[in-house]
Design a binder for this molecule. Structure first.
Ligand SMILES: NC(=O)c1ccc[n+]([C@@H]2O[C@H](COP(=O)([O-])OP(=O)(O)OC[C@H]3O[C@@H](n4cnc5c(N)ncnc54)[C@H](OP(=O)(O)O)[C@@H]3O)[C@@H](O)[C@H]2O)c1
Length: 396
């Protein structure tokens, strides 16, 4: 389609939003494909919220336009963006950080855009932008960028270029948080080659990454997952074993009295040097009970929303170190290491040595309704899911 037809199309779209007048629906559908308006303005949609609260009540789909980029600005098109538990917690207001609430997108009151991870394509770059060019793929440099939107304009230094050769956009969109978290927790808490670690939520994005890195680095692992009836449980066990877990057990097995003896049998000593916990509650403490003297128990999530009750003997006699890990803080403190970690993980993906978490695609096209997006986001709150939700952008 020639530029003049693009402009006609976009004028029709712009007109139809204000006065759905003289153009027939058929004509609008035929023309309303690529929303670039006259003078190079990009039409965009973003999920936005004015305050914290329940997702269906606070989320809105907002349409706005983006002017051509100048100086070091980039105009980006989102290709895919995952739905992580922390994104939901941010909207609900139960997360320690929040994205900025502004009127930058033309909302009548300050609103924030949710979402922290994505793979974007550079549509255009201002004349001072040096690190990327049109067609490149980029990911957010830090959290808080607001990724649940079709397009975004931001300064060049808010994103990092990714060499897209050999990668698909969903792998790129999900590299920044979960695999980096798993990588750092296995690197930074003293576990050595040949030693064991135990983790709950082992089928999560972080858990699956930890299993795979652990296997690559000569660590052995016990993967704890929530029990599933019949074939489902067996299927998940096999899946995690194939990824590299040495033992896969259900949370019910973890709570059995005989569990300590089973661990001794498996490990040949008394003997696990690291625990990774994203669940909390009594089940997390059952993991702590099988750790070595002086071991680290690293908490990085709280999916059960239950607090942990630590017995005094674990602190006094077993000297278990209860640590927390937050990848956002770590990345702020170690930007160079973060970059290297991300690049190393992407290289493993290219070499087929690292498998993604299963994902459930949520299509987001120009005409996708807010209700469909909200329903998918709500689904992220449900347990026993087939995979991580990920927005995959089509004709936006
Ligand atoms: N601290 C950090 O820097 C950091 C970084 C990344 C992630 N995280 C946290 O790590 C956790 C996992 O994130 P993710 O993106 O990897 O998750 P994910 O892929 O979306 O998977 C969610 C996991 O949580 C489990 N789960 C859900 N509800 C549960 C409940 N009520 N009790 C026990 N387990 C439950 C699921 O088990 P089922 O399949 O059985 O439902 C699944 O294993 C989240 O808490 C997230 O906020 C923290």
């Amino acid at each position: 389609m020639s530029p003049s037809i693009w402009r006609t199309a976009s004028r029709v779209i712009a007109d139809s939003r204000n006065t759905p007048s003289s153009y027939s629906t058929t004509r609008l559908c035929a023309l309303a494909y690529r929303p670039i308006s006259t003078y190079g303005y990009t039409q965009a949609k973003a999920l936005v919220y004015p305050k914290n609260g329940p997702i269906p009540e606070v989320l809105n789909l907002h349409t706005h336009s983006i002017s051509p980029p100048h100086s070091n600005l980039l105009t980006l098109r989102t290709i895919s963006a995952p739905l992580n538990p922390a994104d939901i917690n941010q909207i609900q207001g139960t997360y320690p950080t929040a994205p900025p609430f502004t009127t930058n997108l033309g909302t009548p009151t300050p609103h924030a855009v949710p979402g922290n991870e994505a793979c974007f394509e550079v549509l255009s770059a201002g004349t001072n932008a040096k690190s990327v060019k049109k067609g490149d793929w980029v990911i957010p440099r830090a959290t808080g960028l607001g990724t649940w939107r079709t397009h975004l304009q931001c300064e060049e230094d808010k994103v990092v270029r990714v060499e897209k050769e050999g990668l698909d956009s969903k792998q790129v969109a999900t590299v920044n948080v979960n695999p980096v978290t798993a990588w750092r927790m296995l690197k930074d808490f003293g576990i050595k080659e040949g030693e064991w670690f135990i983790q709950n939520g082992a089928n999560s994005g972080v858990g699956r990454a930890a299993i795979q890195f652990g296997r690559m680095w000569g660590l052995k692992s016990i993967a704890v997952v929530r029990g599933r009836p019949g074939e489902e449980g067996e299927k998940l066990r096999k899946e995690l074993e194939e990824l590299g877990a040495d033992k896969v057990i259900s949370d019910e097995e973890l709570m059995e009295k005989s569990f300590k003896d089973r661990v001794k049998e498996w490990t040949g000593r008394d003997s696990i040097s690291l625990g990774l916990n994203c669940v909390g509650g009594d089940a997390a403490m059952a993991m702590a009970k099988v750790l070595n003297t002086g071991a680290h128990m690293v908490t990085y999530g709280a999916m059960s929303k239950s607090p942990m009750r630590v017995g005094a003997s674990m602190l006094i006699f077993k000297d278990i170190k209860f640590d927390g890990f937050w990848v956002s803080r770590w990345a702020d403190q170690h930007p160079e290491k973060k970059k290297i970690t991300v690049e190393s993980i992407l290289q493993l993906i290219r070499e087929n040595k690292f498998k993604d978490v299963p994902m459930v695609e949520v299509p987001w096209n120009w005409d996708t309704k807010k209700e469909d997006l909200v329903e998918a986001i709500q689904g992220t709150l449900e347990g026993y899911r087939k995979g991580k939700g990920i927005f995959v952008f089509g004709d936006t």
